[in-house]
Design a protein around this ligand. Structure first.
Ligand SMILES: [Zn+2]
Length: 171
């Protein structure tokens, strides 16, 4: 016989999979903000979503092209809350860079992801999420950045940047 699932009250909020009222407000605000820039927003239930380049990812931001609407797509609506909201913050960070700077800072993919993770961390603080979620995000971001570096390049300067990023994320 399978063990009974724990009652929802015994699961810490950050590990629950349902969205809180606060999350729904964040989702609403993101939709409203994105609409101003002709960007559609989709919160998908699948664990991962298919990016324009065909890759399976947690989420992606595709800015508007000539006559194509922009898209912000975030998967994992049924994942643990901390993972989901950290993905929301990361992809929204890409959108914010595009809106306010017109481009993503950083010359390499690693550097762009590094900037997105730092801004995502600030967004999580701004949204007032619980500190356990921020800690989980930072840990996950460090791992992700290390993976990005290994996968996409291996230059010395970028390794220094990784240490710099990890330091900033561990504060
Ligand atoms: Zn990213």
């Amino acid at each position: 016989m399978l063990p009974l699932p724990p009652s929802s009250s015994s699961i810490p909020t950050c590990m629950r999979i349902h969205r809180t009222r606060h999350d729904r407000r964040i989702m609403r605000e993101i939709r409203k903000f994105a609409r101003l820039y002709d960007i559609s927003v989709r919160f998908a239930t699948g664990y991962q979503v298919r990016a324009p380049d065909g890759m399976l990812v947690d989420g992606f931001f595709d800015p508007p092209h000539k006559n194509k609407k922009g898209r912000l797509v975030i998967g994992g609506s049924r994942r643990e809350r901390w993972y989901w909201i950290s993905t929301v913050a990361h992809e929204f960070a890409h959108l914010l860079y595009w809106v306010f700077r017109g481009y993503q800072p950083g010359r390499s993919y690693f550097e762009q992801e590094f900037h997105a993770e730092i801004l995502a961390d600030r967004l999580l603080a701004h949204w007032g999420v619980h500190k356990t979620i921020r800690t989980a995000h930072r840990r996950n971001a460090s791992t992700y950045l290390a993976w990005t570096l290994k996968t996409y390049s291996g230059k010395k300067r970028q390794i220094r940047n990784l240490h710099h990023a990890q330091l900033r994320l561990s504060m």
